[in-house]
Design a protein around this ligand. Structure first.
Ligand code: ARG
Length: 465
């Protein structure tokens, strides 16, 4: 039997392999809520434009509501022979309300339908991810406030560089998440136009009202060009780009957690809730969640790359290639959501080893820059000379295997006679972080002020969202 939705000119049914490669219901059934919402908006518009009767529209809407609840309850049977969500819904509508169901597809095509459904789906996903990112930021801010004074080593090249505060380090990720949210919000703004009514590719001869369906579905306006409306997937690409960048941020943090929790480093501990054991080595506590967050990034960037490649050779307008836009994107968005939630969990769970952090912050002559700055400030030395003198003092200290703040004053004066005991005020890690009060710097007072400002902002967003 040929397909009853489009098989008028077909004498034979499709080959099994044809059906297998063509079918998309396993993936696009996740669009059911959006598909039904768009169909209801379309039917209501057709009636108010006098294209179908009010009675037909009423029956169509009631039938669609029944289908929505059947799918929600899990009692709906998706049929592979009906290819996709659009035809599964329409076919069931026919069973429920009879021939009036056939009027729903007036002045539309699956091409504008799927573009509309997926825009709505991606919009919903962006909202979900934004909520998850707000919760992640909130966790970071709370822990940053708690650890505004906790000193840790800051690194460049993964070598001890200068002391920073743990709170400052956490707040860096709040800023990154904020830009990630901004990218999602930008993508949302651009995607929020309605393709519905573009029909197959050229528009329709029926007197439809595209503004009405656009506003019923919460779109800002209808898309202006019917060819563009059915054939571009830049909204998916843009959202996947935002997801890729966000996942790179999460992955960097996850990598830090892996490093920090290594027994070789020992700066942070995760509880049993976010570690796993080894089946052979009883002593192990593995940071699997962090490792998996790091790995999900591959999947997310992979689906961006995959869709870019699907799209790059397609002429206008709709091509079936575009059916491949959904699976990777849906998986990527789910992976990102999970990664954000896992990172939020770890942020709330982790315990910094404060004593170890403080010792590590002082190792590797981390306050050498403070010494150089003192020479500039107190002795009016040009920074380059101060850098050189400090280098010689560090060499002297490391010869004896002693920390800078423990080096006898006489040893320093042997290199630069004008150095006074006042220098010791800047050589402790505590003094070092407290002095870094420049805007955006690591001083505990700065961190507290930034964290409090963020807390206010996030509380407002959480209440309004
Ligand atoms: N399942 C299709 C997709 O996801 C729906 C659109 C089909 N359109 C068509 N002309 N065959 O892209």
């Amino acid at each position: 039997m040929s397909n009853k939705m489009w098989g008028g000119r077909f004498g034979e049914s499709p080959d099994a392999i044809m059906e297998e490669i063509n079918v998309s219901i396993d993936v696009d059934q996740h669009l059911y809520a959006q598909d039904i919402a768009a169909s209801k908006a379309h039917a209501a518009m057709l009636a108010s434009q006098g294209i179908i009767t009010a009675n037909d529209a009423k029956n169509i809407a009631a039938g669609l509501d029944t289908i929505l609840s059947e799918i929600g309850k899990g009692s709906f049977t998706f049929k592979r022979a009906l290819e996709d969500i659009h035809m599964n819904v329409e076919s069931r509508l026919g069973e429920l309300i009879g021939p009036a169901a056939g009027r729903l597809h007036t002045a539309r095509s699956r091409n504008d339908q799927v573009a509309t459904d997926f825009r709505l789906y991606v919009r919903d996903t962006i909202d979900d991810i934004d909520h998850a990112l707000v919760a992640y930021q909130r966790a970071l801010v709370d822990r940053a406030l708690e650890h505004a004074d906790t000193v840790m080593p800051g690194f460049t090249h993964l070598q001890t560089a200068q002391p920073v505060t743990f709170g400052h380090h956490l707040m860096a990720y709040v800023e990154m998440a904020s830009r990630d949210r901004g990218r999602f919000a930008d993508a949302r703004k651009r995607l929020n136009e309605s393709p519905l009514g573009a029909a197959a590719l050229a528009g329709t001869s029926f007197p439809i009202d595209r503004d009405a369906t656009a506003s019923a579905l919460g779109f800002d306006r209808p898309m202006a060009n019917s060819l563009d409306a059915v054939s571009d997937r830049d909204f998916v690409l843009e959202t996947l780009s935002a997801a890729s960048i966000a996942s790179v941020h999460l992955s960097r943090f996850a990598e830090e957690i892996v490093i920090w929790t290594s027994p070789l480093v020992g700066l942070v501990r995760l509880s049993d809730k976010f570690t796993t054991g080894s089946s052979i080595m009883p002593q192990k506590r593995n940071p699997d969640a962090a490792e998996l967050v790091r790995a999900k990034t591959g999947r997310i960037i992979g689906s961006l790359t995959a869709l870019l490649i699907v799209m790059k050779g397609l002429p206008l307008a709709y091509q079936k290639d575009m059916q491949e836009d959904k699976q990777g994107a849906m998986e990527a968005f789910a992976a990102l959501s999970l990664a954000v939630k896992a990172m939020t969990g770890m942020v709330l769970d982790l315990v910094p080893e404060e004593a170890r952090m403080k010792v590590a912050a002082g190792e590797g002559y981390a306050t050498a820059t403070d010494l150089a700055d003192w020479l500039v400030r107190e002795l009016k030395m040009p920074f380059r000379d101060a850098h050189h003198v400090t280098g010689r003092i560090v060499a002297k200290a490391s010869e004896g295997g002693i920390a800078l703040h423990k080096l006898p004053l006489g040893d320093m004066q042997a290199i630069e006679p004008r150095i006074t005991a006042g220098v010791f005020d800047v050589l402790s890690v505590q003094a070092s972080v407290e002095s870094r009060k420049s805007y955006g710097g690591t001083a505990p007072d700065n961190v507290r002020a930034q964290a409090k400002a963020w807390l206010k902002r996030l509380e407002k967003e959480q209440n309004s969202g």
